[in-house]
Design a protein around this ligand. Structure first.
Ligand code: ADP
Length: 222
């Protein structure tokens, strides 16, 4: 199969003056790869991830994911595209406090129109595989950081997206939970899941990625 992610000279300029956040970046990610993007704070890593996720639009260049050029999609089409193709895990989990762990995981499947029965079976299977089945009925406030991140990973995977994105997934959990997140991402990748992650955490990048790329000032470091 062709590359799952292809960026062609992608530019992102938030402010009209000053240097761009991304200054013409190319990137390809093949199916089955786990690519970690590292680099100092402010170097453009989150900007890159947001563009691949279709959460923001480039000022120039082309962002192609799973064969679709995202630049030209309407907001509605972009939302539909994201639901089918992309799972995202954030540093601060972004779970909904008023929903149980299971209902957080179910939500993207319901938005995608899956039957409640099929979605629930898949959610329970994921929670089991991620070692948090016993916490399915708990609300996020009662979960540890590591448990929250595992629930967030289950939510990211419920619609079986070809691409899993992670933005500093170990940034807000303790060392033990960080090691679990690392193991989880590695296992998912070894099971065939393509992963693109952004991190400061060198042990995470080294342990979970098949390739590490480094950004500096909105470009790839030489
Ligand atoms: P990193 O993830 O590597 O810390 P970012 O992608 O968050 O870097 O930021 C890259 C650059 O773009 C920084 O100079 C940052 O201040 C700027 N930036 C990021 N988001 C915005 C925004 N929404 N508006 C204006 N500038 C932004």
């Amino acid at each position: 199969m062709d590359n799952l992610v292809r960026l062609r000279t992608v530019v992102k300029q938030y402010e009209p003056a000053g240097p761009p956040a991304l200054g013409g970046v190319d990137l390809t990610v093949a199916p089955g790869e786990a690519v970690a993007v590292m680099g100092p704070s402010g170097s453009g890593k989150s900007t890159l991830l947001n563009l691949v996720a279709g959460l923001d639009r480039p000022s120039g260049g082309e962002v192609e994911v799973a064969g679709t050029v995202l630049n030209r999609l309407s907001e509605t089409a972009l939302a539909r595209f994201r639901r089918a193709n992309i799972g995202i895990v954030f540093q601060f989990f972004h779970l909904l406090d008023e929903l149980t762990a299971r209902d957080n995981v179910l939500l993207p499947a319901q938005l995608a129109g899956s039957s409640r029965r099929a979605a629930r079976a898949r959610a329970d299977e994921l929670l089991e595989a991620l070692g948090v089945a016993g916490r399915a009925d708990a609300y996020p406030a009662r979960l540890s950081g590591g448990e929250r991140q595992r629930v967030a990973v289950a939510r990211a995977l419920i619609n079986r997206p070809p691409l899993l994105l992670a933005d500093e997934p170990t940034g807000a959990v303790d060392a033990r939970a960080g090691a679990q997140v690392l193991g989880l991402l590695r296992d998912l990748n070894q099971g065939g899941q393509t992963v693109l992650l952004v991190t400061h955490d060198e042990s995470l990048a080294k342990g979970a990625a098949t390739r590490i790329e480094t950004m500096r000032d909105g470009r790839w470091a030489a």
